[in-house]
Design a protein around this ligand. Structure first.
Ligand SMILES: [Ca+2]
Length: 476
């Protein structure tokens, strides 16, 4: 009897289970999912870490001013969004330079992920713009990452402040960790990362079904062809005479002897040294080059008899004889004065007065055109004068972009650099740039049209390396 009773209750149990399953299936089929099946923000109030692509301790101080200032421990997952017109809203978290940030959220267990949203601010008057890229990654262990998609926001499209969300949808795999990696130019401001998902189900695809993410590769060093043969470039700063630093910024034949050749202890040149000279426009890039008269002053100084270019020609000629190398030529790169936006009446080209200001009837586009025309005018002037000099021992290899960062005052600053690159390449010149460490635009130097870019060594003087910088073995 006991056995029969057990058997009976067992059978009833099975029937009950099957019945409940059927009810459950029917409920789902009728569109009444259980609460755990509905999509919700599974990242809400979840912890996360933030890492820098190229950490700089000095720049980190900007971030401590905004991180956690709205009272939330985890501001990017607290469900609160920032104002679309005001970066001072405490729901924004500001990130300064250091190439990019990776925000890694721990969902605390494998979770079905449908889509990921990330909110950003553009407020260019405060040097804040949308990131140039947002990459989304997923992982089960926080080590092996899989690619969930990328968004490339249109950077620099408007001066108007706005908030936008960049997202990927239809991911549909389970993962425990979510990583959002975004570019930081001068400043990127983020407010919230939302992960739409639900509890993991047995039939859900695992994160491993996505493509593995690939580590970015460093660009190889440019070869001789890419640099136009410029191998060792020396910066000779020309200071305009009106600044009072004119004599300091004037180069004589004897000066170049110690630059283009190695000089032994008896004062005799015994080998070549720098093979290229960059004549950079020294002084204040705005005030000292604010109009065409001052650009003409710079051109006249370059071609002034017996000094600067003339002196380099003569020094190269002399040392070719001394070193018995008749084929050598010193390469020349010339700095382009910066066309600052403050010039409302810069000067005249082809009878047209050029206005660089964005506050003119034609707005930013008219400013871009005027600035591009002035740059082309300058290149034409120096090209023509260089030809007229009939130099035999130096050759004009290319031009140098003076501003060390892509600024935010106009949305067409990048376009100005691209226009300049195109104009120079049509004339068979190379285009060089020496931005400062962490400057905006450095990571897209190729897209901007530069042929060869050198990084300023200011990272050495910062806290980039931590408390004790490595010993300098060699300066040049
Ligand atoms: Ca938030």
């Amino acid at each position: 009897m006991k056995q029969s009773s057990f058997s009976k209750s067992f059978k009833v149990g099975i029937v009950y289970t099957v019945l409940m399953s059927l009810i459950s299936i029917n409920a789902s089929a009728a569109g009444k999912p259980s609460p755990n099946d509905s999509l919700r923000n599974v990242a809400l109030e979840k912890p996360y870490t933030v890492t820098q692509e190229m950490k700089d301790n000095q720049l980190m101080s900007y971030e401590t001013r905004t991180e956690g200032d709205n009272g939330s421990k985890y501001e990017l997952t607290d469900g609160k969004k920032g104002s679309s017109t005001d970066f001072l809203d405490k729901n924004w978290v500001g990130y300064s330079r250091q190439v990019a940030r990776s925000v890694t959220i721990d969902l605390e267990k494998p979770t079905f992920v449908q889509s990921i949203y990330s909110g950003f601010l553009s407020q260019r008057e405060a040097a804040i713009d949308f990131p140039r890229y947002v990459h989304f990654y997923l992982s089960d262990d926080g080590n092996q990452w899989f690619d969930a998609g990328s968004v490339y926001p249109r950077n620099s499209s408007s001066q108007e402040a706005s908030r936008e969300e960049f997202s990927v949808d239809d991911i549909k795999v389970t993962a425990r960790y979510v990583k959002v990696q975004f570019e930081v130019g001068m400043f990127s401001f983020a407010d919230e990362i939302t992960v739409l998902g639900r509890d993991a189900g047995k039939k859900d695809k695992k994160v491993g079904t996505l493509k593995k993410s690939k580590a970015p590769k460093d660009e190889p060093l440019p070869d001789n062809k890419a640099t136009g043969g410029v191998k060792d470039m020396y910066l000779s700063f020309l200071y305009p005479d009106h600044t009072g630093n004119g004599p300091l910024g004037t180069w004589h034949k004897e000066d170049f002897k110690h630059v283009i050749t190695h000089v032994d202890k008896n004062g005799k040149s015994d080998d070549w040294m720098y093979n290229s000279i960059l004549f950079a426009m020294g002084g204040n890039p705005y005030d000292d080059y604010k109009d065409q008269t001052l650009w003409n002053e710079a051109i006249n100084k370059l071609f002034k008899p017996d000094v600067n270019l003339d002196a380099l020609e003569e020094s190269t000629k002399e040392n070719k004889q001394i070193l018995g190398d008749s084929k050598h030529k010193t390469k020349v790169v010339l700095g382009i004065p910066y066309p600052a936006l403050e010039a409302t009446n810069w000067g005249t080209v082809d009878g047209k007065t050029l206005n660089f200001s964005i506050d003119q009837p034609g707005g930013e586009k008219a400013a871009l055109e005027a600035r591009s025309e002035a740059v082309e005018w300058y290149v034409e002037q120096v090209e023509e004068q260089f030809k007229q000099k009939h130099y035999q021992n130096i050759e004009l290899e290319g031009f140098y972009w003076t501003h060390e960062e892509i600024g935010y005052k106009t949305i067409y600053e990048e376009q100005l650099v691209k226009n300049t690159a195109n104009m120079l390449h049509e004339r068979d010149y190379k285009f060089y740039w020496i931005p400062f460490f962490q400057s905006n635009g450095t990571t897209i130097w190729k897209e901007l049209g530069f042929d060869s870019v050198m990084m300023q060594p200011n990272y050495y003087f910062q806290t980039f390396f931590g408390e004790t910088p490595p010993k300098v073995e060699r300066l040049i």
